[in-house]
Design a protein around this ligand. Structure first.
Ligand code: FAD
Ligand code: DHB
Length: 407
C-alpha cells in the first residue's frame, strides 16, 4: 500500500505526538508510525517533571485539561545534604514560574486522545519500520502493519523515535558528530502506594550515594536511588530498597518518606549524548533520537517539547511561505538550548552523585558546591531559572497559538 503525506513522523512518544498535534493545528498533514502497542506506550513509566513552558505549551495547544486537573504544581524543591533539607523557592526566584509533576504516561495518554480526535493516522505496532531516500525531496518510511506492507512518501520525515530508534542509525556514517559521556552509576526507580510525605521534590546527596523523592499523585510516591550502572533489579528485594532509601533520605529533623507497597521497579543507565547536526537531508531528528540527558535535571521530555516547537515553526514557514530558512536553522536553534540543558543536567548529576573514582577532595568540593547553592541567592536563582526551564526559542504565536499561563 502506498500513501503520501506532508510530514511522516516516526515514534509516538512526547516528541512525535506533540509535533503531530502542532502540525494539525497549522493544517499540515502527518502520519505517525509507532512500533509498540498503544498500551505499552501509555504504561511506560518515565518522566514526571514538566517545565513551566511545557505546561504552557500544552494549554496553548488545547491539550492541557489533564495537566490542569491532575498535575501537581510545585513552587519549590529541596536539596538535602549532611542530613539537612534546604528549600529553593523556584517561583519567587523566577518571577512566578513553577514546575508541574504530571507523569509522562499521562502526557502521552492525553496526546493520543487528541490525535485520535483529529482522525489523522497513527499506526501502533508497526513492524520492520525503516526510512530511506533521506536526501531526496520525497523521503520514504516503510513499515508493515496488520500483515500489509506500507510505503509512505513524505516531504519531510521527523525522527521522533527515541534513543534506540531507526532514524539516527539510518544517517550515513560520517554525517553526524556524536558527543557522549557515560556515568559510572544508574538509577533504581520505584513507584509506591504511599502518600508523599513532602509536597515538594527532595534531591539528596548522602555519603552512600544519591537519592530522589518525587511523586505522581496524593497517593503515589516515586523514588530513585543511585546504584551501579549494570545493577540487576533482581538483586534488590523490596525490603532492601526501602532500607536504603530511608538510610539515605531521612534527615536529622526526622523527615522521611512514607513506606508502602512497591508497584513498579526498574534500573535506568545514565548518559549524556548529543548527535549533531539534528538534520540529514529531509530527515529531522527531535527529542531523545538526537540527544539524551541524565535524568537528574528532569530535562529530557522538556527538550523534546522545545525541539518540536522549533520544527513546527520551520515547517509552517515552509508550507505557508515556501521559505526554507527556518528548516536550515532548525539544528543550530535547537542545539543552543540542548547544550545548556546538557550542561545543567551534567552539573546536577555530578554534584549530587558519588563516583567510584572520586577523591576525598572531590567529595568536600561537592558539599561546598551544595552549601554555596543553598546559601547564595545568586546561585539559587541560577538553579531556579534552569530548573523551571530556559526560554524556548520560538513564540507560541509564531505557530498560531495564543501565549497563555494557566497553572
Ligand atoms: P521517547 O519517549 O523514547 O519516544 C520514542 C517513541 O518512538 C517510543 O514510543 C518508541 O516506542 C518509538 N520507537 C522507537 N523505535 C521505533 C521504530 N523503529 N519505529 C517506530 N517507532 C519507534 N524527562 C523530563 O523532562 N523530566 C523528567 O522528570 C524525566 N525523568 C526521567 C526519569 C527516567 C527514569 C527516565 C528513563 C527518563 C526521564 N526523562 C525525564 C526523560 C524522558 O522520559 C525522555 O526524554 C522522553 O521520553 C523523550 O521523548 P521522545 O518522544 O523524544 O522519545
Ligand atoms: C522525576 C524524575 C526526574 O528525573 C527528576 O529529576 C525529578 C523527578 C520523577 O520521575 O518524578
Amino acid at each position: 500500500m502506498t500513501q503520501r503525506t506532508q510530514v511522516g513522523i516516526v515514534g509516538a512518544g512526547p516528541a512525535g505526538l506533540l509535533l503531530g498535534h502542532l502540525l494539525h493545528l497549522n493544517g499540515i498533514d502527518s502520519v505517525i508510525v509507532e512500533d509498540r502497542s498503544r498500551e505499552h506506550v501509555i504504561d511506560r513509566v518515565r518522566a514526571g517533571v514538566l517545565e513551566q513552558g511545557t505546561v504552557d505549551l500544552m494549554h496553548a495547544m488545547g491539550v492541557g485539561a489533564g495537566v490542569q486537573e491532575a498535575g501537581l504544581r510545585h513552587e519549590g524543591l529541596y536539596i538535602s545534604f549532611l542530613g539537612q533539607r534546604h528549600r529553593i523557592n523556584l517561583t519567587e526566584l523566577t518571577g512566578g514560574k513553577a514546575i508541574t509533576v504530571y507523569g509522562q504516561n499521562e502526557v502521552v495518554r492525553d496526546l493520543i486522545e487528541a490525535r485520535t480526535e483529529t482522525r489523522r493516522p497513527l499506526y501502533f505496532e508497526a513492524e520492520h519500520v525503516g526510512v530511506d531516500d533521506l536526501d531526496s525531496s520525497q523521503p520514504l518510511i516503510r513499515f508493515r502493519h496488520e500483515g500489509m506492507d506500507h510505503e509512505l512518501r513524505c516531504d519531510f520525515i521527523a525522527g521522533c523515535d527515541g534513543f534506540h530508534g531507526v532514524c539516527r542509525p539510518s544517517i550515513p556514517a560520517g554525517a553526524l558528530t556524536v558527543y557522549e559521556r557515560e556515568y559510572p552509576f544508574g538509577w533504581l526507580g520505584i513507584l509506591a502506594d504511599a502518600a508523599p510525605s513532602s509536597e515538594e521534590l527532595v534531591y539528596t546527596l548522602h555519603e552512600r550515594g544519591f537519592a530522589l523523592f518525587s511523586m505522581r499523585s496524593p497517593k503515589v510516591t516515586r523514588l530513585y536511588l543511585q546504584v551501579p550502572p549494570s545493577e540487576s533489579i533482581e538483586n534488590w528485594s523490596d525490603q532492601a530498597i526501602w532500607d536504603e532509601l530511608l538510610r539515605r533520605m531521612t534527615t536529622r529533623d526526622g523527615w522521611t518518606p512514607n513506606v508502602g507497597r512497591i508497584t513498579q521497579k526498574s534500573v535506568t543507565p545514565m548518559r549524556s549524548f548529543v548527535a549533531a547536526p539534528m538534520r540529514y537531508g529531509n530527515l529531522f531528528l527531535a527529542g531523545d533520537a538526537a540527544h539524551i540527558v541524565p535524568p537528574t535535571g528532569a530535562k529530557g521530555l522538556n527538550l523534546a517539547a522545545s525541539d518540536v516547537l522549533v520544527l513546527a515553526r520551520a515547517l509552517k514557514a515552509f508550507y505557508e511561505r515556501g521559505s526554507s530558512d527556518w528548516l536550515n536553522e532548525y539544528s543550530d536553534r535547537c542545539l543552543r538550548r540542548v547544550w545548556k540543558a546538557q550542561r545543567f543536567s551534567w552539573w546536577m548529576t555530578s554534584t549530587l552523585h558519588r563516583s567510584p573514582d572520586e577523591t576525598a577532595f572531590d567529595h568536600q568540593r561537592q558539599i561546598a558546591d551544595l552549601d554555596y547553592l543553598t546559601s547564595s541567592p545568586a546561585a539559587m536563582t541560577s538553579l531556579a531559572e534552569q530548573y523551571v526551564g530556559l526560554p524556548m526559542d520560538v513564540s507560541f504565536e509564531s505557530v498560531g497559538l495564543n501565549e497563555c499561563r494557566r497553572n
